[in-house]
Design a protein around this ligand. Structure first.
Ligand SMILES: [Fe+2]
Length: 177
């Protein structure tokens, strides 16, 4: 048992980065941002799922919008993961690791109506923006200005996605869209 503890410590040391942050700060920031990274991966797959399985009269618009959103979400994953390594933390290792941490819920339904797809993604992006703002507060607490700056861009993008998803269906229920 003692050798296992020792070996875990040795392994952690192999990936340490001299970032200047305390271990407590690194643990807090890495925990919060790794959970966000899991959310970004889960939301990316769900957005592509709905892009691939879109149907109906607005197929072209919705299919293309979700493709744009998927690309924007995926583009966050590498800078977010690498920010954690710069701090001295570690991050996502596998699909299984993502599934254990994600707060964005999967939707494996065989058929989802276009309006339900758009509404679900709007709620997911709004919730994600809220969690990003929470982590921004944590970055402020620990003086992690660079992560806060990156998060500001990603908050704006998540809020923009929620806005677009709201606008494209604003009158849809009335119009039968
Ligand atoms: Fe595509």
């Amino acid at each position: 048992m003692q050798s296992m503890v020792k070996s875990a410590k040795t392994e952690a040391a192999l990936l340490q980065t001299p970032s200047g942050f305390t271990q407590d700060a690194i643990n807090a920031l890495a925990g919060s941002m790794t959970a966000l990274l899991a959310d970004f991966f889960a939301l990316y797959v769900k957005t592509k799922n709905f892009h691939w399985h879109m149907s109906g009269a607005h197929f072209r618009d919705y299919h293309r919008l979700l493709d744009d959103h998927g690309s924007q979400i995926f583009a966050v994953t590498d800078p977010l993961a690498e920010r954690l390594r710069k701090l001295g933390g570690t991050t996502i290792r596998s699909i299984g690791h993502i599934s254990r941490l994600q707060r964005v819920l999967d939707n494996d339904a065989h058929f989802v109506t276009p309006l339900d797809m758009i509404a679900e993604l709007r709620e997911d992006n709004t919730a994600l923006a809220g969690r990003l703002r929470q982590t921004h507060g944590l970055c402020d607490d620990h003086g992690d200005i660079a992560s806060a700056s990156l998060l500001e861009t990603w908050i704006d993008e998540a809020e923009a996605r929620a806005w677009f998803l709201y606008e494209v269906t604003r009158h849809a229920e009335v119009a039968g869209g």
